[in-house]
Design a protein around this ligand. Structure first.
Ligand code: UDX
Length: 436
């Protein structure tokens, strides 16, 4: 089966490469000539473990190709995926659908055969209806169906998530749409990955509801962590205690500095806008968004406290270990590190940082931070070390060396990757999240 993937960013490229690996014939399309040129040279526009290898194998097997020519790329494709960006619209937080609409228009004008047009980008409820209208207005003589197929990929684990999904959600309004999508996902279907067929609007809402729910779960445990610190409890025990209830489940109960990334912040905001438009408030999600926003600066203040409070902190130096919003990515979008560095800067604290993958992206976002080439270089002369992202490289720091290099043995562990007793036994003043 031939599949066209319009948009070769994170979602498009991972999905395209995985579909090709299933044996489909996939063309990834993007307007950005330099991105397509780089892909032809085997250079990935993003850092994702295993992606370069997967792309390489499938290009070699002639199942995966790249082009900037949409008309040529969609020719003969039975499924045309729209996987372009839907950033937060400047000013109001609504998802910006201009790229999705533009692709729909171009697809309509160039459709050369019957096809199913699939929105994979995260789009507000009702976008499928609009895409259908645009295709109709293009006057195409070919049969088409518009389907919603949201993705649930986590950065850093995207290929595994794609190939072994918890579920595949397909929102379709016709047999044609459902039949083609069954064929697209047949390899997973045979693996017995559950495929959930729903209406198009339900599928669109499922994506937002899933992300808002997960963001809520994280925010809930973060607030429990704050309470743990006040009442003398341990949030990791609380997580285990509630997470072993099957109805709650153990995942997404790691307390930390607040969620970031390309999805949760943007999708929760967009859901609030949809709820507002339909006059059906989602107050829990409103609280989650606010709580998570304020948490990031609060984490900066926590580091200031570890330096002895605002007065003593002025003029001191902090080493930030980890800048990306989570490990195994170079993504800095809405990373807590940005607000933490800013808060420290505002408090007159200088910051040196190290991140295994994120420093090139981070540098322009945090001009006041000096980037270093190893954790130990960042730690040299620091009055406190703060772990912001749980990269494996920070899990087994040589604490003796840290103590020698640092100006003072103070460790703030915002991801709870160390055992308090061990670190204190090594002579550190140690603070973490939700462990009194
Ligand atoms: C998320 C969803 O998981 C995925 O299904 C969706 O398609 C896109 O958004 P992603 O943004 O890649 O994926 O990262 P994820 O691993 O979900 O983490 C998001 C944020 O939550 C990170 O900042 C992470 O540090 C934080 N988090 C996650 C916690 O603080 N605690 C947890 O227990 C889990």
């Amino acid at each position: 089966m031939k599949i066209a993937m319009v948009g070769s960013g994170y979602v498009g490229l991972v999905s395209g490469a995985c579909f090709a690996d299933f044996g489909h014939d996939v063309v990834c399309i993007d307007k950005d000539q330099s991105k397509i040129d780089a892909l032809h040279d085997g250079i990935m526009p993003i850092y994702e473990p295993g992606l370069a290898e997967l792309v390489g194998t499938n290009v070699k097997a002639s199942r995966l190709s790249f082009t900037t020519d949409l008309a040529e790329g969609i020719k003969g494709a039975q499924a045309i995926f729209i996987a372009v960006g839907t950033p937060s619209r400047r000013g109001d937080g609504h998802a910006d659908l201009s790229f999705v609409h533009a692709v729909a228009r171009e697809v309509g004008e160039n459709l050369a055969n019957d096809a199913v047009v699939v929105t994979k980008s995260t789009v507000p409820v009702g976008t499928g209806d609009e895409v259908e209208r645009i295709l109709k207005d293009s006057g195409t003589a070919h049969n088409f169906a518009v389907v919603s197929n949201p993705e649930f990929l986590r950065e850093g684990a995207a290929i595994g998530d794609f190939k072994r999904p918890d579920r595949i959600v397909i929102g379709a309004e016709s047999d044609f749409g459902r039949d083609v999508m069954r064929e697209v996902y047949r390899p997973l279907f045979l693996n017995e990955s559950p495929i959930l067929f729903t209406s198009r609007r339900s599928a669109e809402l499922i994506k937002y509801a899933a992300n808002a729910f997960l963001a809520t779960k994280i925010t809930f445990i973060n607030e429990m962590a704050d309470l743990c610190e006040k009442v003398g409890a341990n949030v990791q025990d609380v997580s285990r205690g509630i997470g072993s209830d099957n109805r709650i489940g153990p995942k997404f109960l790691n307390a930390g500095p607040g969620y970031g990334g390309s999805c949760f912040p943007k999708d929760t905001l967009a859901l609030l806008k949809t709820a507002e438009d339909y006059e059906s408030p989602v107050r829990i999600v409103e609280a989650v968004v606010k709580t998570n926003d304020t948490r990031k600066r609060a984490m900066g203040r926590k580091v200031v406290d570890a330096l002895g409070g605002p007065k003593k902190a002025r003029g001191k130096k902090v080493a930030l270990l980890g800048l990306t919003f989570k490990p195994n990515t170079d993504d800095m979008r809405d990373s807590p590190a940005i607000a933490i560095a800013q808060t420290l800067h505002d408090a007159g604290v200088s910051v040196a940082a190290y991140d295994p993958e994120g420093m090139d992206v981070a540098a322009p976002l945090m001009p006041e931070v000096s980037m270093t080439d190893s954790p130990y270089a960042a730690i040299e002369g620091a009055d406190a070390v703060a772990i912001v992202t749980e990269w494996d490289a920070f899990r087994a720091l040589d604490l003796g060396r840290v103590k020698e290099l640092a100006n003072a043995p103070v460790l703030v562990d915002l991801r709870n990757i160390y055992q308090p007793d061990d670190v204190r036994a090594a002579g550190f003043e140690y603070s973490s999240i939700g462990r009194a």
